[in-house]
Design a binder for this molecule. Sequence first.
Ligand SMILES: Cc1cc2nc3c(=O)[nH]c(=O)nc-3n(C[C@H](O)[C@H](O)[C@H](O)COP(=O)(O)OP(=O)(O)OC[C@H]3O[C@@H](n4cnc5c(N)ncnc54)[C@H](O)[C@@H]3O)c2cc1C
Length: 382
Amino acid sequence: MLERGEVANSWRRERWDSLRLLTPNWQSRLPGLRYEGPDPDGYMTMGEVTSFIERFAAVSHAPVRTGTDVTSVRRSGDGYHVATTRGELACRAVVIASGAYNKPSVPPFASAVPGSVEQLTPFDYRDPAKLPDGGVLVVGASATGVQLAAELQRSGRPVTLSVGEHVRMPRTYRGRDVLWWMDTAGVWDQRYDEIEDLTRARRLPSPQLVGTPERATLDLSVLTSMGVELVGRWAAVRDGRALFSGGLRNVFSLADLKMQRLLDTFDEWARTDGRDAEVGPAERFPPTPVPSSTRLQLDLGSGEIRAIVWATGFRPDYGWLDVPALDAKGHLRHEGGAVGSPGLYALGLPVLRRRRSSFMCGIEDDAREVIGHLARYLAVPG
Ligand SMILES: Cc1cc2nc3c(=O)[nH]c(=O)nc-3n(C[C@H](O)[C@H](O)[C@H](O)COP(=O)(O)OP(=O)(O)OC[C@H]3O[C@@H](n4cnc5c(N)ncnc54)[C@H](O)[C@@H]3O)c2cc1C
């Protein structure tokens, strides 16, 4: 196992200070290792996640070579030639487990933002003190965007949040964590080959969730009540002005509708599975309030906005992969983890083999199946 940094590198280096997992502790499971602490319904801090993964590396005796950056993987004979910063390797099979979130995605028009406005990605951000005083424009309203918008607003900076398509979720529903419902009702068991629009499922934004000791919901209604100003999707920069799409009402009602459908699925499951007595009564949440007027543009040179935080998603980095296996958008083409090159496999990608694959707890089933395929491949002499 080759790792360019240390064990749990992404959790150590690429996350902000206040972040906690949005998945509850009982769900933090790796093959043969479960959370056994006193707070199964809590959410791990970054320090706790790092320790958990370090413990897994130790108990599983994972043969990790840290500080080893893979700079090239190419086909060679009936296997692969792997170049690293610590020498070269020849092997018959390669499993790509380099993660789906190696680089923040930032739209190209970021280069047209005036130089007087500081720009950060979630990889640069650690805490509000990293930003200048004054207004902040947070772009993107998925898990990262809503969490950073709330933290920055609490720090006393006026926050404007640019909102596009998003996934609204209450933290708890009928007294249980919403992810308990996803898990128990089988939503996450849905397999990749049963999903109608797999490309879309793999690109779906993360849900608006935060892990806090209070198990608080953090959606657009909460942010509005905190004083965060909502604007539409950022479409372009023209003459130093940020131009936002209108139609927030439609964006909100779509997210409300999808949440409603999800809650209906949970209710239906609780009824048919005889669980109604185990959980609280069905709940319905008010629609996201639409602001009476929304700004369609913002003068970035006026001094109102001092910093922009791009919470516009992450993408993988396969700059080192010299095998033609990427699609036009730079994503790995694979069939449930089998990449279309003999002996080349992937793990740890969103909806790789089932919806659960997007989360840490998805690895157990995925690894068993992908490694089964790999073992059968290796069993045939090359
Ligand atoms: C902000 C954020 C919050 C998240 N919150 C949750 C959550 O609450 N719960 C949850 O279950 N999941 C969460 N996830 C998803 C979670 O990150 C993934 O499920 C998990 O990290 C996948 O593990 P991985 O080992 O496949 O990938 P990663 O954790 O990304 O690890 C990939 C490793 O590969 C190394 N690497 C990359 N390229 C090379 C190279 N060329 N050579 C050598 N080494 C290389 C990296 O250094 C890294 O250590 C979150 C993701 C993000 C971005």
